[in-house]
Design a protein around this ligand. Sequence first.
Ligand SMILES: Cc1ncc(COP(=O)(O)O)c(C=O)c1O
Length: 391
Amino acid sequence: MNKDFLQYQAQTSPYPLGMEVSHASGSYIYDTNGNAHLDFVAGVSACTLGHCHPEVVDAIKNQVEKYMHVMVYGEYSQSPATTYTKLLADNLPEPLEVTYLVNSGTEAIEGALKLARRYTGRSQIIAAKSAYHGNTMGSLSLMDFEERKSVFRPLLPDIYHIDFNNDKDLEKITNKTACVILETIQGGAGFILPKNDYLKKVKARCEEMGALLILDEIQPGFGRTGKLFAFEHFDCVPDILVIGKGMASGLPVGAFTASKEIMHTLSENPKMGHITTFGGNPVIAASSLATLNVLLNSNLIAETLRKETLFKSLLKHPKIKEIRGRGLMLALLMDTPETANELVLRAKEKNLILFWLLFENRAVRISPPLTISDKEIKEGCAIILALLNSM
Ligand SMILES: Cc1ncc(COP(=O)(O)O)c(C=O)c1O
């Protein structure tokens, strides 16, 4: 299978991990040779409830038997999407009430940027250095890594960058700014938390200048950090919340949420300011609804913080210099980039799935399903420690 994978499927890098997947269940992915791989990555924070959670699978099957796609987004009232967006609103603080469902994280970012420009009538966008918001043209324009984007220019104009956690830089937000977009917790940069009420200060400056604050919770959202959404840790409600990844526990999805007043502007002058064929797809909405119901009706979110403590107590080693992040969004900061790289590759041989971060080459990602058991955490950490001892 790998030969055809390399020949016929477009590749993202010269070195794909290339596991030949047979099936997956709970915290394990099984390869075609019958090996069980313990998953400490969860499809990069996407499989919130692990692989093929029975309630998610049942919801998908039930929906597939009823209908799959009947109309483009926004025309028909369909129970999975309607029930889901209402449940989301019930669990979000005011004024976050209305959700636009799309197909991926980056598409949700595009929608949020359009919404901010449309609502404010301004064009300037401020993003943080070392942020990652996706790979379509608008999201890519937000990135400050020239080597990753220069060959794709010209990109979106009127984008400026600030240092995350730098209060002084907030002066760059002015009455020309349409929006400031930040990851609530910076992911690719190395799982960096906002410090000293930073998000509150950004929000206050945005309010002063009439700009909107967009928080990208595509990675930390849906319980991963010990709250349903990470902004709840920092006492700061965004004007536009962007979500995705773990929302449907493994199906492609994204969404952005705002107040009725703000969101309304996308549907007039011009009407159809943002449209999509498959956004709000009933099968994906059913999966999102089942995921949210499991999260709300279990202690998985609270348990995330206890599991963070367990990881931190186990992963003590001279080569691990720091453990960053919150809940089950953790990054091991190794002594060198070489150690980080070798650990990920050698863990693969021991049937433990680890992964890198986009921009911080000393980091090793640990973002398992929230359903991971203590026993599985201990087994995986024992493999990591044994590998580090042998390196
Ligand atoms: C913070 C953040 N924003 C946006 C994205 C893009 O989401 P997607 O890959 O679904 O387009 C990601 C994906 O890694 C992300 O982590």
